[in-house]
Design a protein around this ligand. Structure first.
Ligand SMILES: [Cu+2]
Length: 385
């Protein structure tokens, strides 16, 4: 019996800690270490208050929203939700350049040069009954990338994961950055810790991961397969091979200080290396698993709209993210090209004020755009009046 249902998994067999329990433990640990600031402590303490207090929160006088000790009151009223996702790792044949044309150079590709057996996370209805249609909340849900996991500080994100990797039949996991969780919810495999639950979910098995959004979780984070390394077929064992084949997505965590926006543009950068993956004629550097103009996602905004970019970088390369016709405030200065390394993320907001037209967004490492022997990281961004 290899099926490991959520009910029988090591995580689910013990009662899930309530948010208040976690908060209390976090509070004690923080106090002992002396490493948690007053605002964070009050945030955690705020989460531990009973629901009756939470309901009373909106009546609390909102004197100065920026005052740190008032922040948890608003957090309390909005956080504390359980957000459940039913996610499946599926293998499927994926074409990185669906049009067969690089829209910048005019170079053409055959499907056999740009297609491979990918693996992706897809969000499903409860008990993995059927795939969810794509929407603004979870994204396109096509598999590459996986669904966007969203939460507010105080929320619990529970991911019911099923490994349906029918092609490679390898073990996979879901490992997230930036949230609070125990090691049994980490999903990071190592030979010397190979008995740790949740680090090797075999083909056909399930496992439930549970993570908490705490004050330091605000932002954009990758999640990806961090399971046992394997050889996708070129004779080389590849670390995080599942992630290279497409098992990745992002988590977006907000709090009461996160401004509302009108348009959110999400993009995950990853590379498919021909030395690792059978079938590919060159390396491809991609946005959401797609390469070259006319294939990568087109971003859209209207002048005056509040825009947020959320981006995740994965793979072996450092990228420099650049948008034509725009600049934005980043780390205290205006910028239009930002370096992002593997596993790191980039999030920024602005009000759309560029001239109307079709702009490029791209990695500013020239070889990541058009090679030779690699490339693809360029897309269109349409600004309308
Ligand atoms: Cu790059």
């Amino acid at each position: 019996m290899i099926e490991q249902s959520p009910e029988s998994s090591p995580i689910s067999s013990t009662p899930k800690p309530e948010v208040s329990d976690l908060s209390r433990r976090g509070l004690l640990r923080g106090a002992a270490a002396g490493a948690v600031g007053a605002a964070s402590l009050s945030s955690l303490a705020g989460l531990a208050l009973p629901p009756s207090v939470a309901l009373a929160a909106p009546q609390t006088p909102q004197i100065a929203p920026a005052t740190p000790h008032l922040a948890p009151v608003v957090e309390l009223a909005r956080g504390g939700q359980l957000r459940e996702y039913w996610v499946q790792a599926d293998s499927f044949f994926h074409n990185i350049i669906p049009t067969g044309v690089d829209g910048m150079t005019g170079n053409t590709f055959t499907a056999s040069q740009t297609s491979f057996w990918a693996i992706g996370y897809r969000a499903f209805t409860p008990n993995w009954e059927k795939p969810l249609p794509g929407n603004a909340d979870i994204g396109a849900n096509t598999g590459i990338p996986g669904p966007i996991f969203r939460g507010e500080v105080g929320d619990t994100i529970r991911v019911h994961f099923r490994n349906n990797d029918t092609y490679y039949k390898q073990a996979h996991t879901v490992s997230v950055h930036g949230l609070y969780f125990t090691v049994e919810n980490d999903g990071g495999w190592a030979w010397m810790l190979r008995d740790r639950p949740g680090t090797s979910v075999e083909f056909g098995q399930t496992y439930t991961y549970e993570w908490k959004a705490i004050p330091r979780s605000v932002g954009t984070w990758p999640y990806h397969d961090h399971g046992k390394h394997f050889d996708p077929g070129r004779g080389t064992v590849v670390v995080e091979a599942g992630a290279e084949l497409g098992l990745y997505g992002m988590a977006a965590i907000t709090d009461q200080n996160t401004p509302a926006v009108d348009v959110e543009m999400t993009s995950i950068w990853s590379s498919f290396y021909s030395g690792d993956i059978p079938g590919l004629s060159q390396d491809f550097h991609t946005f959401d698993g797609l390469a070259y103009l006319g294939n990568t996602p087109t971003m859209r905004a209207k002048i005056g709209q509040r825009v947020r970019w959320r981006m995740v970088s994965l793979g072996n390369d450092f990228h420099t993210f650049h948008v034509h016709g725009h600049s934005w405030m980043h780390n205290g200065r205006f910028d239009d090209t930002i370096v992002v390394g593997p596993g790191a993320t980039l999030t920024f907001d602005y009000v759309e004020d560029a001239a109307p037209g079709q702009w490029f967004y791209h990695c500013h490492v020239p070889m990541h755009v058009m090679g030779p022997g690699m490339g693809g990281m360029i897309g269109l961004y349409t600004v309308t009046a």
